[in-house]
Design a protein around this ligand. Structure first.
Ligand code: BGC
Length: 718
């Protein structure tokens, strides 16, 4: 169908049919689905009758070629104009081959591999009939109390933007010509990651300056990469719920950024304008969301029940409805659904491609690169000859896929004990100590196993329902039973290697001093147990670097590397003892900073050298350092470039990540790593919100993390 034909189709549609395109319903509403199709009580309560279902434009959460083809077939038999359904699902970090959670992927600093994982997810999803994924989630987050930090790639706008692009490339590829890719929907617009107190769905209030500096760039990057859709956020932003926020969506997203794709509400977020207190009823909620630019209402009924009246009463112009419908029809056309409504769905390919060796190999590699070695006094790597006792709730747990792995299965998951057994046959496995309640028999079993061992591998963490959506916590230590367990084991005076499976930076009191080594494995996915074992036994040297700071304690939150200096910085040469910006009971800095991660080898960095002391507009500056593997094993180092603007029109962060590169180095090998920047890399938002650079002095740092102090200086001349 061409543009003209779409227009003609639109003209044939009744207002009810148009409103139908604007609603998204979950699979059980749809006829032809295996788990539904019957209008039941709650659906009737929403005003969803058979006619609405027949007119529906898109479906949420369906999976499987057979199921999706069936739903589509039944739908096309009923829909008067034969408009195919769009199938959208949350394929966030894998379809059935589950990759590490996005926060972990962020810690890989490996954009190519992240892209490859998204491509694998897209292949599996599209042969199963899915057209759109609700990913990537790119909400910048500085608050580990928020459960959804595991869905984003962390605290830095530049790193998030680079990953946003990589994910979009991987999901979408050339989806208009390639049936094995999906369209991508970036979410949650906007600033959902800044919910007050880290409590999910909570208020966000921030200056536009801060929003533009840190929170918006990753959404923009995804759109610049061609991302087809945007999802709204649950939070209010400066007093107005995102889902009814005209300034945010009509003005900024559509007008300023030129986004012309489909905008979908988050689940139920249109109707939530009522409890937010900005709409009296469903009708007003529908009007506000449509006026703000939301095309599809996910899972509530405001549009479907009120568009007709809003238009006939002259409150809403029909052209606004037409605009939204046309955008949805265009997406269907781009996906080729008018020619082939069963696009991609193929049972045979499902059995060939899902969980293929290739996809599993990518999952294993990515899980290994995502894990961050936080501490090691030499206890790692383990030797096969050592007798290990594997203890703790995650020793044999399948709960290592993390939130948003609804299609991942237990049977396909390699647990830690299985991974470890592939290296060491006589590993002693203790009965797991529960997440919430460590019974004394479990502790006895753990002590017995530990007693006979040379080294204790302690698998601790958060069950996956302790993070993710609605998974906020105020105390981000491990559950008490696990802290008790480690104390008991400590008495045995044996080396303790702690492996953490969790979805957020944790407060590691009770773990850090007690452990000889700590490997942060996050939720590593389908191949997780194998990848972690590969690291523990040194087949692969750890190379992950934190994409989010680990706080000393929850009282320090938010703690992030690119903060401002304050007028009374603690470490100034002339700082007073008391009247400086500090806590009386805690250091200012995090326990582990952004960019941090150890390996089984060490690296040295030469002085930073510059191609010139002066950078002129229109020219480039090359910044280099020689990096040498000074240890005994090969490894990959993530070399990081930071910039500090010494004086700006508004305050500038103490450091900002500008570039990074993963380099492989054999023992003794040295490589020169060079980064090129130009004037555009030094721009920032001024107080009048202009995005400009200023002439003046800058410092650059190259090193292994955000604490790097290996620096050189240059001047920007304009
Ligand atoms: C989440 C979204 C998700 C949607 C659909 C919501 O609760 O906030 O991230 O895409 O559900 O499953």
């Amino acid at each position: 169908m061409n543009e003209q034909q779409l227009q003609t189709l639109l003209e044939q549609m009744t207002l009810d049919e148009k409103a139908g395109q604007l609603i998204q319903l979950a699979t059980p509403f749809l006829k032809g689905s295996s788990d539904g199709g019957q209008i039941t009580g709650p659906m009737e309560g929403m005003g969803i009758n058979e006619k609405v279902v027949e007119n529906t434009g898109s479906v949420l959460g369906a999976s499987g070629a057979k199921e999706i083809k069936n739903i589509q077939k039944v739908h096309l038999e009923q829909n008067r104009l034969g408009i195919p359904l769009l199938f959208m699902s949350d394929i966030v970090h894998g379809y059935k081959t589950i990759f590490p959670v996005p926060l972990a992927v962020g810690c890989s600093w490996d954009l190519d591999l992240a892209e490859k994982s998204a491509e694998a997810a897209a292949v599996e999803a599209s042969v199963s009939g899915i057209h759109v994924t609700f990913a990537p989630m790119v909400d910048l987050s500085r608050d580990p109390r928020w459960g959804r930090v595991m869905e984003s790639t962390g605290e830095d706008a530049y790193l998030n933007s680079e990953f946003a692009r990589a994910f979009v490339r991987g999901f979408q590829g050339d989806f208009e010509n390639d049936n094995q890719r999906v369209a991508s929907c970036v979410k949650h617009f906007a600033a959902y990651g800044a919910a007050e107190g880290g409590r999910d769905y909570n208020t966000v209030d921030m200056s536009e300056w801060q929003l533009r500096e840190n929170y918006l760039p990753a959404y923009k990057a995804a759109l610049d990469e061609g991302c087809e859709m945007v999802m709204t956020a649950f939070n209010i932003l400066n007093g107005v719920p995102s889902t009814g926020n005209k300034d945010l969506m009509r003005e900024l997203l559509r007008k300023e950024w030129g986004f012309n794709g489909v905008l979908i509400s988050d689940w139920g977020a249109v109707k939530e304008l009522i409890p937010h207190g900005v709409a009296e009823d469903e009708k007003e909620a529908a009007r506000k969301a449509l006026e703000a630019g939301v095309d599809i209402e996910m899972m509530t009924e405001c549009y479907i029940n009120h568009v007709q009246n809003l238009v006939s009463e002259g409150i809403l112009s029909e052209s606004l409805v037409d605009e939204a419908v046309l955008r949805i029809l265009k997406l269907k056309q781009k996906l080729g659904l008018f020619d082939n409504p069963y696009r991609g769905a193929d049972e045979k390919l499902e059995s060939e491609l899902i969980l293929s060796d290739n996809h599993r190999a990518t999952a294993r590699e990515l899980a290994a690169k995502s894990a961050v070695l936080l501490k090691n006094d030499g206890a790692l790597p383990l030797k096969k000859s050592q007798k290990a006792a594997l203890i703790g709730p995650f020793a044999e747990s399948h709960d290592i896929l993390g939130p948003w792995s609804w299609l991942g299965s237990k049977e396909d998951t390699i647990t830690l004990d299985r991974g470890i057994r592939s290296y060491a046959k006589d590993v002693q496995i203790a009965e797991g100590s529960g997440i919430d309640s460590g019974s004394s028999s479990q502790i006895q079993s753990a002590l017995k196993a530990a007693h006979e061992a040379d080294v204790i591998v302690l698998a601790l963490g958060e069950s996956s329902d302790m993070s993710g959506e609605a998974g906020s916590r105020t105390d981000i230590r491990l559950p008490e039973s696990q802290l008790d367990l480690i104390q008991e084991l400590k008495h045995l005076n044996k080396p303790i290697v702690t492996v953490l499976f969790n979805g957020r930076p944790l407060d590691l009191h009770g773990v850090i001093d007690e452990s000889n080594a700590i490997l942060e494995a996050w939720y590593p996915g389908t191949e997780g147990g194998q990848a972690v074992a590969d690291l523990l036994y040194g087949t692969t040297a750890p190379s992950g670097k934190l994409a989010m700071s680990f706080p000393q304690s929850a009282g320090q939150i938010p703690v992030y590397y690119n903060h401002y200096n304050t007028g009374r910085p603690k470490n100034a040469p002339d700082a007073q003892e008391r009247y400086v910006s500090q806590y009386l009971d805690s250091p200012n800095g995090p326990l582990f900073p952004f960019g941090y991660g150890l390996s089984y080898t060490t690296y040295s960095y030469s002085d930073v050298s510059l191609s010139s002391q002066v950078l002129k507009e229109g020219e480039t500056l090359t910044i280099s350092s020689k990096v040498k593997n000074t240890g005994d094993v090969a490894g990959e180092e993530v070399v990081q470039l930071y910039v500090k603007d010494l004086s700006g029109e508004v305050v500038r962060p103490v450091k900002e990540l500008k570039r990074f590169e993963r380099v492989y180095l054999k023992p003794g090998q040295e490589k020169e790593i060079s980064f090129t920047i130009d004037e555009s890399d030094l721009r920032y938002y001024h107080s009048n919100l202009e995005y400009l650079s200023d002439a003046g002095d800058f410092k650059v740092f190259i090193g292994c993390d955000s604490k790097a102090n290996n620096s050189a200086s240059f001047k920007l001349v304009k």
